[in-house]
Design a protein around this ligand. Structure first.
Ligand code: 26M
Length: 821
């Protein structure tokens, strides 16, 4: 292909590559070439690859500057990148040559790649989505930058204690230096906190005093696949503005003098490990403002370099808010325009509301951000004034449109008056954006009809859209599943499918082809062996790769119902134990795998982990079910562990209570890799079923419209579990019998199922068991049919490429176009 000629390094031959790696060993790492371990080989290789990235990055950015196209900025507090080296080599088309070079130096590429630590600057779905989107924007040659925070500590490392509980250890990921970032010590922004705000005429203001914190930029190049186009994520790091406060220092107050510097540097210390749960910590608000202010100042500076009039801002800049975390960017842009650029208030608001758009990722009430007015008063007094002024005008318009509907005004106000006064960030995000989107069809519909219904009535439906999430097929198939990727490329005759995922449809020609089936099954078997070897080496447990692998991996949350899964496993265990040896011999052998982190403060989620681990211990050591049922909790789930698990699944579970999972993206990853889906009619599961066919997924459980009434009944006409599901009642009794540890340990969890049952475990349990029985039947009855389902699933996943999703944002929301480099 012609593009290759222009990619620096692609022409470089293996001897040149080895020479460059050795050069980095000797000069950059200052080590002896004959005395290098895998880690050293990784670092030197990364430094060599980084040079190629930077050359492409420079050319891309220069082209953007010259052509001055409209750009989009993706503001996300999380970018869950995982490892970079393998991805960079594949996207640059240099993996083979580098592997050869690394081999010549006496190393194995796999080992070298695995020496890299994950960059875990995210919690889960939302952060990984941002990472997939920057990959796709570079691949689609779109002028998009990400803005994030450079946390010193990423997502905590999860350990499992001997009693089965989760323990957390810090993740000092920057300790071995990070070859993928370029420090921009010259790119800095002063960010103010506290002080006081004065108001002048025409809603103008002056904000002064307080404390200034310095934001320093670190850039991370994001290569596209098969293109020179290399985009950027700019991560901000906090530094104290002054090393010490001279006055306090002179007064002999050393402690106080260094105090400011401590608190300033704190801002980018650690990623908050909450997922789908709001926790009103002041430092979190400081992180949000620090990042919004630095990013907007940077965006404004770049815009001004074009020489265009400020009224042109929305014609050159689109800003996407990844959830409400960056909502402060809205009043911050108002402040910059009105207070610093002398733009009249209404003209400024017009610019703001043509710049921002907001993606909602949840309808769970406990996840919606609300910040106490009191914290704002102290930290962001000028922004509070701006929010009040916006609210005043807004509520007048609401009153005009819906006269006498006080309740509606109260619901729509930016300020919640109950529970102390709090600022509703979602309301502010909607007010300041021209487009609001959910992340799957069902979720977008729920956004429109529940949490933002009033706003739909007020603004009209056209402000509300859907963009179903997607995943990058580069990382989530080509990179993580080399055997399947090679088979697909061989079968389709080219690698074009990686940039046009609908081409996978071409596999359908072979859905009944025996030779193809054999290769398909061999790839899956290979991936299961690879996972079995990992399990053996990390947990010391032997699992049979011929068993069916059932996998549920995601953050631990009650709404995701890992509890339903483990209770189902116990049911299976009890059923097998009650069988004769002859009957047991006919059971479909299963390996059930769990992984995922619980927020450190989420007590119930941690209890569920403990239950899974302890149930596993009992089952795995029971000779009655040996070889028929194995249950494991794999510690420290990460992007890299996902890359190992996902290609090895026969079935994966996505079993949230209907209406609670906004989209899910791991469901897409499993299906793309030919694992079948067992799930509820929720989130993107629905659209996956639409694409791959209902016969190829295993659906169960109540539907979204039923949920509210069921919950009502749980409260006001409860039916005992015994009556609703005798099978579940037996499982709960079994847990309380003490065989997995004292009943008192599990009682709080068991009570949530027996009483209240907010997540409808008891309502869905029998239906879940039934779906599991269908899975067993399909898997054992006709292996050919199963493989055909698997092929069909992969072949029909074209829609779920993040290239499709990012192009939808580009065309329907941002109004930006690809730029050829
Ligand atoms: C909020 C406040 C304080 C600290 C942390 C948070 C916070 C962090 C992450 C809240 C939510 C966070 O992420 C939520 C998330 O990951 N949502 C998931 O987003 C995916 C991508 O759209 C969807 O596929 C999932 O359904 C949705 O749960």
């Amino acid at each position: 292909a012609t593009w290759k000629a222009g990619l620096r390094g692609v022409d470089s031959d293996v001897p040149e590559i080895t020479k460059n790696i050795v050069h980095h060993v000797q000069t950059t790492l200052a080590r002896q070439a004959y005395n290098i371990d895998d880690m050293g080989a990784y670092q030197a290789t990364a430094l060599a690859v980084r040079e190629d990235l930077i050359v492409n990055w420079n050319e891309t950015q220069l082209t953007y500057t010259k052509k001055s196209p409209k750009r989009a900025y993706y503001l996300s507090l999380e970018f869950l990148m995982g490892r970079t080296l393998d991805n960079a080599l594949l996207n640059l088309g240099m993996k083979d040559k580098f592997s050869e070079g690394v081999n010549k130096l006496g190393f194995n590429m796999e080992d070298v790649l695995h020496s890299e630590r994950d960059a875990a600057l995210g919690n889960g779905g939302l952060g990984r989505l941002a990472a997939c989107y920057v990959d796709s924007s570079a691949t689609c040659e779109l002028p998009v930058w990400g803005y994030g925070l450079r946390y010193q500590y990423g997502m905590f490392q999860q350990l499992i204690a001997p009693d089965g509980s989760q323990l957390e250890a810090p993740d000092p990921w920057l300790d071995n230096s990070n070859p993928w970032e370029i420090p921009r010590l010259d790119v800095t922004v002063d960010v103010r906190f506290g002080g006081h705000a004065e108001k002048l005429e025409g809603n103008r203001g002056i904000w002064s005093g307080g404390q200034e914190v310095l934001a320093i930029a670190y850039d991370c190049p994001i290569p596209g696949s098969d293109t020179k186009s290399t985009n950027n994520i700019r991560f901000w790091s906090a530094r104290p503005r002054r090393g010490f406060d001279l006055q306090s220092f002179n007064a002999g107050n050393y402690e106080r003098a260094v105090e400011t510097s401590n608190s300033a540097a704190n801002i980018t210390n650690v990623l908050y490990p909450n997922d789908n749960h709001y926790a009103g910590k002041t430092l979190r608000l400081q992180q949000q403002y620090f990042w919004c202010a630095a990013s907007l100042s940077d965006i404004m500076r770049r815009f001004k370099n074009t020489g265009k009039d400020i009224s042109e801002f929305p014609n050159l800049v689109a800003i996407q808010l990844n959830d409400t975390h960056p909502t402060l960017a809205i009043p911050e842009l108002m402040r910059i325009l009105v207070d610093e650029e002398d733009v009249e208030w209404n003209a400024a608001w017009d610019i703001v509301t043509r710049t921002f758009s907001y993606t909602n990722h949840t309808v769970l009430p406990e996840a919606l951000e609300k910040w106490p007015v009191q914290i704002f008063e102290q930290l962001l007094p000028r922004h509070l004034q701006i929010i009040y002024d916006l609210n005043w005008t807004f509520l007048q318009a609401v009153a005009k449109k819906f006269p006498n509907d006080v309740a509606k005004m109260e619901r729509m106000s930016l300020i919640e008056e109950a529970n102390g006064r709090q600022i509703r960030m979602a309301n502010l995000a909607v007010l300041g954006s021209f487009k609001v989107n959910g992340v799957a069809e069902l979720h977008s519909e729920l956004v429109r009809t529940t949490i933002l219904k009033d706003f739909v009535d007020f603004y009209g439906i056209s402000k509300f859209a859907n963009v179903t999430n997607g995943i990058t097929p580069r990382r989530w198939l080509d990179q993580c599943n080399p055997s399947l990727s090679a088979l697909i490329t061989e079968t389709l005759g080219s690698r074009a499918w990686l940039k046009d995922l609908y081409l996978l449809k071409g596999l359908l020609k072979y859905e009944d082809d025996v030779a193809f089936h054999k290769k398909w099954a061999a790839s899956k078997a290979n991936n299961k062996q690879r996972l079995a070897a990992y399990i053996k080496s990390t947990l010391g447990v032997t699992v049979d790769p011929r068993a069916m692998f059932v996998i549920q991996v995601k953050r631990i949350h009650e709404y995701k119902r890992q509890s339903l899964n483990i209770l189902g496993v116990i049911h299976r265990y009890l059923t097998i134990k009650a069988m004769t040896p002859e009957e047991r011999a006919k059971v479909n052998p299963r390996v059930v795998l769990f992984a995922g982190k619980a927020a450190p403060g989420y007590w119930m989620a941690k209890l569920i982990i403990r239950l899974i681990v302890n149930v596993g211990k009992v089952i795995n050591s029971d000779p009655d079910v040996k070889g028929v049922l194995t249950v494991l909790f794999l510690p420290d789930y990460s992007v890299s562990l996902a890359e190992l698990l996902i290609p090895a699944s026969d079935i994966s579970e996505h079993i949230s209570t209907a209406g609670t999972e906004a989209s899910g993206t791991s469901n897409m990853k499993f299906c793309l890799n030919g694992g079948l889906l067992l799930g509820t009619v929720d989130g993107a599961n629905i659209e996956i079923a639409e694409e791959v066919g209902e016969d190829n997924v295993f659906f169960f459980g109540h539907l979204t419209p039923a949920v509210e009434e069921l919950r009502y009944n749980h409260r006001y006409n409860p039916i005992p579990v015994q009556e609703k599901s005798p099978a579940l009642a037996a499982v709960l009794d079994n847990v309380m019998s003490g065989c997995y540890g004292e009943a008192s340990i599990w009682e709080p969890f068991i009570n949530t199922v027996r009483q209240g049952d907010y997540y409808l475990i008891s309502d869905d349990f029998d239906s879940y068991l039934n779906a599991q029985a269908m899975v067993d039947e399909a898997y054992t009855k006709d292996p050919k049919e199963w493989i055909k389902k698997s092929i069909n699933t992969t072949a029909r996943m074209g829609k779920f490429s993040s290239d499709r999703a990012i192009m939808t944002y580009a065309e329907e929301i941002w109004n930006i176009e690809p730029v050829k480099i």
